[in-house]
Design a protein around this ligand. Structure first.
Ligand code: ATP
Length: 134
């Protein structure tokens, strides 16, 4: 069976590099499934889980914004941040979620609500990826 090479890179360095059977990613226009031989394309990514299917196993990587570049045999993901499930610090993500929720509920004018909403999405995504909740 044909496979795809996938690498996930952030400004801090490479996070994931492997051969997989299928990749599922959340783009700005919806979830896409990428199999070997996919037509070349570039799409913006939103906060979500990258699902990497390899035989009977699926690995999950939490990413925030970025881009996915698809070529027939290689997929490159450039993300602002990316963490494989096992490297997610759950306590940190829960703290970030609490802070973001408090900011969203705050009536203070100085609070940037869209920034707090995005921080909440990142934190919830990390919690879901760590716990395997989809
Ligand atoms: P925090 O408020 O906890 O910093 P954040 O959403 O603002 O969360 P980011 O700016 O998205 O954090 O990420 C900054 C760096 O910290 C990135 O390298 C990211 O991979 C890492 N990071 C953030 N949260 C976690 C976490 N819960 N577990 C592991 N790494 C994390």
């Amino acid at each position: 069976m044909k496979t795809l090479t996938v690498n996930i890179v952030t400004p801090d360095g490479p996070v994931y590099d492997s051969e997989v059977d299928m990749i599922i990613a959340k783009t700005a226009s919806g979830e896409i499934g990428i199999l070997p031989g996919h037509i070349p394309m570039v799409a913006p990514l939103v906060v979500g889980a990258i699902k990497l299917k390899k035989e009977a196993k699926t690995e999950y990587v939490a990413v925030s914004s970025g881009f996915v570049e698809v070529r027939p045999e290689k997929v490159s993901i450039l993300a602002t941040s990316a963490e494989v499930a096992s490297s997610i610090d759950l306590a940190r993500a829960k703290e970030a979620m609490k802070r973001a929720e408090e900011r969203i509920q705050s009536k203070q004018d100085s609070v940037d609500h869209s920034r707090a909403e995005l921080a909440l999405k990142r934190a919830m995504n990390r919690i879901n990826v760590h716990e395997g909740n989809f």
